[in-house]
Design a protein around this ligand. Structure first.
Ligand code: HEM
Length: 520
């Protein structure tokens, strides 16, 4: 309960800070007050934003733009008059960025369902390669609009990667990679391991094998795994770093803080991991004159080469479909492990469920359906720690009336799924980790229940959800089933730091370090 009141206190700090930087309609809706991710303890988001407070004040006071500052916490644009004012401000000040945040179930449903068509553009941060209009049309997650080309990519991914048939066909690859992860951890028995790095390597290699039929990371070079994991993390953070170019798009090209340059360099280093693989495959195909390689089993790289995509295009797909998603997926496993360490009863119950059905061997994907409590732990982890707390920023592609508020064209539209999944009016004990709430409940993450949207909803819903669900649960189940885990330095479960760190992915600020002990 102490944590809960702390939560509300911090809301006001964070809300007013944010309100002072951009035009915010944090509650397009009835009664729910502004809620921004932050919470646990005294750090997390509030720290992240307060670090920039002086920067904001400076920007604000030195400009003649944007609303009156600072906006009081409660000031939102709720009445039709307010929304007209917001619109006027946005159109008068074309060179500033209007941000609208939906923070209730109703607002989420309006944005992602009722107005899905008008609000499913993307607001692309200046650091992203996709800000370049020529590259944007080859992006999936950052396409400015849902064009025919984006539809083509989505259907290509659905058919080749994420249909039930395709996902089932990949299960042996994921199982093999899960086994490698467990074998590596067996060798580390009694030592401290960073869960994030280990799981990242599993996710990354499982995806790399599905796309390229090749490992890109090697557990024996754990330093390299950490380097790549750190590089990806840094890129994700750069996408949400406070960037003056995003606040004042007119300054975009100047890259005054050097963030775009940094992001480009990071992406370049990540792409080095697979550039050679693409080149080699293309040359191999040319040498055999076997352009479509029809007699052999195809992986996703073959599909892309058959589709005559350039090496550059393929490489950028892999930035989005391999590097970026490995971050969100490994983060979910890390949070799940952290929550279980803090909740010994839940850990015990999960162990019993797993051991009752699978006494020895590694748990196979085909067995996952037998574990309702495992599935509930997965759902509860995503409720408390959605990897994308505001989804990926949407954009209004035209003026749009949402409830009693006009969202003008080109406004950035965020849905605070983090806060919605903690709304005390909708969730009992919203800040407690209680997987039981999902047992015997039909609430799922497929985008139909607007109080719970870890994968989003509507046309921009996570493309990789069917694969992500399997991948996370497989890793999580086997980590719990194979090892007893303890915290280093005799730390007590309550002492585990659960602060969050904001990037596009909501990470655990302090990486989770645990000591494995083989259970068999
Ligand atoms: C636990 C793991 C994951 C979670 C919680 C998650 C969640 C999300 C969310 C919230 C979005 C944005 C939705 C929106 O903006 O409305 C998204 C987009 C996306 N996700 Fe995931 N994701 C996960 C893993 C994956 C994986 C493993 C893949 C692919 C292998 C993937 C591929 C994508 C793609 C391509 C998009 C962009 C969709 C578009 O803009 O059309 N995700 N994801």
């Amino acid at each position: 309960m102490a944590r809960f009141s702390n939560y509300w206190q911090q809301q006001s700090v964070v809300s007013s800070l944010i309100a002072s930087s951009t035009i915010i309609n944090s509650d397009i809706v009835n009664g729910v007050t502004q809620q921004l991710p932050c919470i646990h303890g005294s750090h997390g988001f509030s720290k992240c934003f307060s670090r920039h407070q002086s920067f904001f004040s400076h920007v604000v006071s030195s400009s003649s733009i944007i609303v009156a500052f600072p906006l009081p916490e409660t000031q939102t644009f709720q009445s039709p008059g307010d929304s007209t004012r917001a619109k006027t401000m946005a159109t008068d000040r074309e060179w500033t960025q209007l941000v609208v945040i939906g923070s209730s179930r109703k607002a989420a449903s309006e944005i992602l369902k009722t107005h899905d068509r008008e609000l499913s553009g993307r607001c692309v941060p200046h650091v992203s390669f996709a800000k370049d209009p020529k590259l944007n049309e080859d992006s999936i997650a950052w396409t400015f609009e849902c064009t025919d080309r984006w539809k083509f990519f989505r259907s290509l991914m659905r058919n080749e990667l994420f249909s039930s048939k395709a996902v089932d066909g990949q299960s042996s690859t994921r199982e093999a990679k899960a086994r490698e992860m467990i074998d590596f951890l067996r060798k580390k028995e009694g030592e401290r391991v960073k869960i994030r790095d280990i799981v990242f390597a599993y996710i990354f290699n499982a995806l790399a094998n599905i796309y390229l039929s090749k490992d890109l990371l090697n557990y024996d070079q754990i330093g390299e795994c950490q380097r790549v994991c750190g590089l990806v993390r840094e890129m994700m953070e750069l996408h949400t770093a406070l960037n003056i170019s995003d606040l004042y798009p007119i300054l975009g090209r100047l890259d005054l803080q050097g963030l775009s340059r940094k992001c480009n360099e990071g992406e370049g280093r990540i792409q080095e991991l697979w550039r050679g693989v693409i080149k080699e495959r293309r040359e191999g195909r040319n040498d055999t004159g076997d352009d479509d390689n029809s007699s052999k089993r195809k992986d996703f790289l073959d599909v892309l080469l058959d589709g005559e995509f350039s090496d550059e295009q393929i490489s950028l797909f892999l930035v989005e479909l391999l590097a970026a998603v490995s971050d969100s997926t490994s983060s979910t496993v890390e949070w799940a492990m952290a929550e279980l360490m803090r909740n010994p009863q839940a850990m015990k119950r999960l162990r019993e469920e797993l051991a009752g059905k699978i006494p020895e061997e590694l748990i196979a994907e085909s067995s996952l359906a037998k574990f309702p409590y495992l599935h509930s732990c997965f759902k509860e982890t995503l409720r408390l720690h959605p990897p994308a707390p505001f989804l990926i920023p949407h954009r209004a592609t035209e003026d749009c009336q949402v409830m009693d508020c006009t969202i003008p064209k080109d406004a950035q539209v965020l849905v605070n799924v983090w806060a919605i999944a903690r709304d005390p009016d909708k969730w009992e004990d919203p800040l407690c980790f209680k997987p039981e709430r999902f047992l015997n409940s039909d609430l799922d993450y497929k985008g139909n229940h607007f109080e719970y949207l870890p994968f989003g909803s509507g046309r921009r819903i996570c493309a990789g959800m069917p694969m992500a669900v399997k991948k996370v649960q497989l890793a999580f189940a086997n980590l719990i089933h194979s090892f007893d885990w303890s915290l280093p330095n005799n730390m007590l479960p309550d002492e585990l730091d659960m602060d969050e760190k904001y990037g596009i992915t909501l990470m655990k600020e302090q990486p989770l370090e645990l000591i494995p002990k083989w259970r068999k």
